[in-house]
Each structure stands twice: as C-alpha cells, then as structure tokens.
Design a protein around this ligand. Structure first.
Ligand code: LUZ
Ligand code: MOS
Length: 749
C-alpha cells in the first residue's frame, strides 16, 4: 500500500501550518533574539520599533501572566530571556505586527546593549569549568577496572562527533486562534502536541483544557520538533491571549537555523581491553555531551547514549558515564537516534583503533564479539530473539563479501590516485522510550452510520507514513477496504495526554491502540451480525467489506451490519489505551528491562576516495535489515534509505560550525551541506531478513524510524580504510564528520 499522502503531496495539495487559510484579522509574529552568546542585558530600547506603523505590540517576559518557563525535563529554560542571555539566538522578545514585513523592519529597530560574559562552546571546556546540566549518569556491568588489568591488549583514545542540523523542509511554526471564553486553538508543526498544550497552559497561566492543539502533518521532524516546536506556539498563544486576535508565526530558514538546537556534539574518551582471542573483555567510556544552554531533552538523550554504548557487542565488563555539559550554544535536542549514534561511533572507533594496532581487519574483532541469545546488556536487560549474527552472516553471504574484498584489493593494487575502502557496520537499537512512563498511546475510532470510519490517534504524521500504517491496522482489523478509513488530524481534544511521536515507537504504540479499539468494535458488531445472519457468533468473520458466517455459509455487507447496529443503539465509537507491557527500569540501580525489543541489522559500505583531492564517493551500501514481518515494505525500505542518507551525511559532509563567540557560522544552506543526489550512495541494496517478527511490534512489523540511521557510521570507517591503504603511516583519527578537507590532511600527514 502506498503512503496515503502521496497523491496530495505530488499535487502540492497537502496542508501544512503555513497552508491554512488565515482569518482576515490575523497578525504576524517574529522573535527578537540575542545577538550575543552570553551576557547581561544592560538595556533594550523597544520604543522606536514599537512606534513603527503596523506594529501592534512587542511582548517580553514582563507580559507573561503564567510562568516564564518552558523546560520539559528540567525547568531551566525561560520562554523569553530576562536579565541574562545564554546563547546566540535566544529569544528575548516577540514582535507582533500587521504583516511579516513590518515585524521584520521593527526587529531591526530594536536597540540592545549586552555586557558580555565568558563563553563556553565545547563540552570539554564546560567539564573543566564544572558547567553541567545535571548530575552524570553511569551504567556498570561486571568490573571494568579489574578486568582491564587482566587484558592482553588495551587501547585508549578520544573521539569526537559533531552536531547535525535537522533541516526539516518545513521550518518551525504555529498558528494560534482565539476561540470563545479565552480558549485558544493552535495548529502547530510539532511532534509533541501534548507538550505544546502543557507549556502553553503553563506560560499563559490557564488550565490545559482551554488549549487545543491540532496537527495536520509535518514537513519533517527528525526529532527537531519533539521539544523545540513548543516555544513558537507558546509565543503566538501569549499574543492571542492578550490581543484576542489570531497570530501566526512561521520561522524563516535563517531564524530557524540560528535559534534552534541540533544533534549533540560528543567528545568522548574510551579504554578497551581484549583477550588473546580478540574478545572484548572490558570497556570504559566517558561521554561529554555538549548540551547547550538549557536541558531540553539532553538528560534523556544522554541516557540513550549509555544504552547503546556497546552497540551490537556483548562486553562482560562495562563502565560508562555521561556528563551533560552546559555550554553557550542553543539547547541541543532530539535527533533521529537520540544519542544512540553518538554512543555507537565511540565503540566502533575503539574497535578500529584496536584492529589498527593489532594489524588485523576491523571486522574480525566485530565478528568475535557480536551479541548472541541471552547475553546481558550493561543495563541489565537480557537479549532475546537476537538477530545480530543472522543479519551479519546473511550480509556477508548474500552480498558476497569475499568478492567485494578481493575486487577492492585488486582495484587498490592497480590504482594510485584512487583507493577504495570497505566497512561493516552492525546495529542494535532498543525500541521504547527509555523513560518507561512515556510508553503509552490511545486511539479513538468512530464508525459512521454509512460504514465509513474515522481514526484519531496520538501519532503525528511527519513523512514517516505512520498514518498509512494506522490505516492499514484499522482496515485489516475491521475487515474493510482502505478507502473506507480516514486518518484524522492529531488533536489534543480527541486524543489527550499523548507522548511525542518519537523513539521509533509511534507506530507500535498507537497501532496497538488502534488494534485494540477495532477488536472491541468487532466484538460488538459480531453480536449484531450473528443475529442478522442467524448464525453462530463464533463463525462470524469480517473481511473485505463483507461479513459472513463460515459454517452457515451466509453473508451480508459491512454497511448492513453497521445500519443494523445503529438501529439497535450499539456504540459505534471506541476509545482504546495501550501501554507497553513488561518494560521497566530502575534509575537508582540503572538496571531493568527498558526495551520492548531490539532491532538488528548489518551494512556493508563501499567507498572510493580521490587521493589527490580528498573527495570521496559512496559507491554502495548493502544492508540486511531486521524488519520483523514488515507490514509495508515500501514504506519501511524508504525509512532505511532516508535514515542511511542522513547518517552518512552526519558522518561525512554535514559540518556544524560555531565561532568562538558562539555564533552559528554554518547558518545557511550555502555553508551547511546536506547530502544531495550527487553525494548519496550510488547504490543501495536492502535485503529484509526473514524472521518471525516480534509480538511486541505492531502486526509483528518492527519499528524502523531510527535504527537504520546508524548504518551511516559505516561510511566513516570505509573512508578511513581507503585512507589507510593510500597512506599506511596514517595515525587513525576519530573526528566526525570526515569532510574532504580532513580526508585530504589524513592522506598526506
Ligand atoms: N525521545 C524520548 C526519544 O523522549 N525518549 C526516547 O527514548 C527517545 N528515543 C529516541 C528518540 N526520541
Ligand atoms: Mo525522535 S529523535 O524525536 O524519535
């Protein structure tokens, strides 16, 4: 089944926040943000700006009737700065004007003086100065310190992975409209409608039921709208509350790039110990997460780094620690993988370092340590239904790794200016919000009296095709054709208290709720059908718009059953709640069973490096991926391809740069390069692993949003391999992204 949005997407008819027809009295908002990374505000003069014709009002923290606070996990983030600013781009005021153009003109007329304070831009510097968001977290298994003493081989080193810009095609934005009695309705481009509702209520000083959030769809989120879609909606709502007129605010690309947080840069130090059989016996790692100026989701992201610090390997002695370091950058935030990729890059680097020193192929160490059934993760969960070796061995065999290797060696022997490299990248990713209480969802289903169906859930459609999957679940469970089912917008009035669409878990959580609601409806309708057909209720089947009794061999249409149910006054609406069973985690012990299941896979990456220029091409990525029993392979393959491109981009060409003054230098698409059609892998082959699927996944179809991003890490090590072939004296470095500039230096150093 195709993505149900494909028709309107292709015709440009799909609606996003900026497409909503605005009321004619609509006003336009624009943020005035800090032009310095850290300092005391000594004076601001709004008078000239406010006097400009068409400017209605400039809002500051003084205008807030509730709390000036939007921190989600830790209350450490004001909506608008008060006396101090903590990052370049921090919102200070909100200009509301008759048009966007007037608001922009007014912004240039605001005069501000800032008494500058010292600036921290790196995690390492923050750690040295003791600047942290919260207390560090640490996972331990066995005794790494003791085990290291007994290891035959010990290696240590440092790695760095940089941030990443989400670059959703649709920038952040919201449209808030006053309703009666002080109620406000907001259309928001958010992954977390409930967080928006909660923060609007908190800042306005009203209760949540006065605020309705509606989400049609997002033009991409990638984690960037899990938390950071909130402030813009709150600002618009503050203005609506006081002006009693609709207010719209859509960020332009520059403002969005400057003011929003990104993937967290990580500076990490590791020590890895192996025995004579190349078994990794001990692993010590310290992660310094560059959290930015406020917590945002950093503590949760730090936690997931620890969960994935050993990637797909069983290591009996682990000691890991993560510090969320407070710096003067915009608060960094969720980004597809949520700290997992950063953790995995370090263990892969440690293995690469070990292999290089031992003069063996990296994959030999990888293979010797892959997870098997009943292995224990450092957080206490026992690995079950492990498909790690299955994907690894299938990839080696199906893609004929030996042939790839011999052809690569042959090419490298015959060419001096071009060298090819190969890498294998295994992935293991845990599915569930690591914060157990967030793993729940609801669905509200209406069967209308003509037999058509409306489905509301807490899932936000952001291009990942979750609506298509929800529709599949409903149509399959009700036994009706897909065109009888409509997916409604995501709305806090219909489905309340939702978790954000995140953690790759949206289809599982909301899908299970849809399934439960549909099953309950079917149970009620079976009674009606048995009556109508004069058949045994046990024999009633709903399938392909027909309701029939298997033994009695009689049938009627779906519509007839619904019409009869109406006459019998049977409830044709159902609301279902799903909460993931069996998961738990004890943060005081840092042990538990936090994940419903894991997703596994292996990627073989092949690259060619131009050794005169330092440029490279990704020739091919060949993947064996564990989809379980995919409910929609077209959509799932699309997720793998997209995540792979995004992961490769993070590891290779996407380079976030801040000046020492804390200003974003890569502040436009001319200075920040994302993969395009020319830099994408020339060939991507994906083989779905044949498995039974997992009961905890919706229709046994495993979560697919984030796990494949980490295949992109393979690109770094394939490039490194090619460099090493060209320059055997090269001392390996682990400093991502591996931009052509850095590659060139590596080739000749
Ligand atoms: N968001 C979140 C996430 O709040 N918790 C998580 O565990 C998570 N994991 C991945 C992506 N987003
Ligand atoms: Mo996310 S990184 O919002 O699943």
């Amino acid at each position: 089944m195709k993505n149900i949005d494909s028709y309107t997407h292709l015709r440009g008819e799909s609606l996003f926040v900026d497409d909503i027809i605005t009321r004619q009295d609509t006003l336009y908002g624009l943020v005035f943000d800090s032009p310095k990374a850290h300092g005391k505000i000594s004076s601001i003069n709004y008078a000239i700006a406010e006097a400009l014709e068409g400017v209605i009002k400039i809002f500051t923290y003084k205008d807030i009737l509730g709390k000036n606070q939007i921190g989600g996990i830790i209350p450490d983030e004001p909506l608008w700065a008060e006396e101090e600013v903590h990052f370049w781009g921090q919102p200070i005021a909100f200009i509301v004007a008759e048009t966007e153009a007037i608001a922009k003109k007014a912004r240039a007329l605001i005069e501000i003086e800032i008494e500058e304070l010292p600036i921290i831009t790196t995690a390492r510097e923050a750690k040295e100065k003791g600047s942290f968001i919260n207390a560090p977290r640490s996972f331990r298994l066995g005794n790494a310190n003791e085990a290291l003493k007994k290891c035959k081989h010990i290696f240590e080193g440092n790695t760095f992975s940089n941030g990443q810009e989400h670059l959703y095609l649709e920038t952040q934005g919201a449209y808030a409209v006053p309703m009666e009695n002080g109620n406000i309705k907001i259309t928001s481009s958010t992954q977390g409608p409930t967080s928006v509702q909660k923060m609007v209520a908190q800042v306005l000083g009203v209760s949540m039921h006065k605020i309705e959030i509606d989400v049609i769809r997002l033009g991409g989120g990638f984690g960037g709208k899990e938390d950071q879609a909130t402030p813009w909606a709150v600002m618009a709502a503050v203005a609506v509350q006081q002006l009693k007129k609709p207010v719209k605010y859509i960020l332009n690309r520059h403002d969005d790039l400057r003011m929003t947080g990104k993937r967290h840069p990580y500076d990490s130090t590791y020590k890895i110990g192996l025995d004579e059989h190349l078994k990794i016996i001990a692993y010590e790692v310290e992660f310094l997460q560059n959290s930015g100026a406020a917590a945002d989701l950093s503590p949760a992201i730090a936690e997931r780094t620890l969960f994935h610090a050993t990637n797909s390997y069983y290591i009996p002695n682990v000691s890991s620690i993560v510090h969320s370091c407070k710096t003067n950058l915009p608060p960094n935030t969720a980004f597809r993988g949520f700290g997992g990729p950063q953790g995995m890059f370090v263990i892969e680097s440690a293995i690469a370092r070990a292999a290089d020193a031992l003069k063996i192929d990296k994959k030999i160490i990888q293979e010797a340590n892959l997870l098997v059934e009943n292995d224990t993760f450092s957080y206490g969960q026992i690995a079950t239904k492990v498909e790690m070796k299955n994907t690894w061995n299938t990839a080696k065999k199906q893609f004929n790794l030996e042939k790839i290797e011999s052809e690569t060696a042959k090419f490298n022997a015959a060419n001096t200016n071009y060298k090819k490299g190969i890498s294998l990248m295994p992935i293991t990713f845990g599915i569930s919000f690591t914060n157990t209480p967030m793993n729940h969802a609801r669905a509200l289903i209406h069967i209308y009296q003509d037999g058509s169906v409306g489905v509301s859930t807490g899932a936000v459609e952001m291009g990942q095709s979750v609506n298509t999957k929800m529709l599949q679940v409903a149509s399959q469970t009700l036994g009706i054709s897909p065109n009888k089912v409509k997916l409604e917008t995501t709305n806090t009035t219909r489905v309340a208290n939702t978790s954000p669409s995140a953690a790759s878990a949206t289809a599982d959580l909301n899908g299970k709720a849809v399934l439960k609601a549909c099953k309950a409806l079917i149970e009620r309708l079976k009674v009606i059908a048995a009556n109508l057909l004069n058949a045994n209720i046990e024999h009633i089947v709903f399938k392909e718009d027909v309701v029939f009794a298997t033994k009695e061999d009689v049938a009627i249409s779906w519509e007839e059953v619904i019409a009869a149910a109406m006459l019998k006054r049977v409830a044709l609406t159902e609301n279902a709640h799903y909460a993931t069973p069996t998961i738990h985690f004890d943060k005081t012990k840092e042990k538990g069973h936090p994940f419903a299941y894991h997703v596994y896979g292996t990627a073989i990456t092949q690259v060619t490096v131009d050794c005169m220029r330092g440029t490279y091409e990704i020739d091919a990525v060949k993947i064996v991926h564990d989809f379980g029993k995919s409910m929609n392979l077209g959509i799932d393959i699309g997720q793998v391809e997209g995540a792979l491109a995004q992961g490769i981009g993070w590891m290779t060409i996407e380079e976030i740069a801040y000046g020492k003054d804390g200003r974003l230098l890569s502040n436009a698409l001319s200075t920040y390069k994302v993969p395009d059609v020319f830099s994408a892998a020339k060939k991507v082959e994906i083989i779905p692993l044949e498995t039974q699927g997992n009961e905890m996944a919706i229709l046994k179809s495993k979560a697919v949003g984030e796990p494949p991003l980490m295949y992109g890490i393979g690109a770094y090590f394939a490039i490194q391999h090619a460099i090493k072939v060209f320059n055997p004296k090269h001392k390996l470095q682990f400093h991502a992204p591996y931009t052509p500039e850095k590659v060139l230096l590596s080739l000749y150093k």
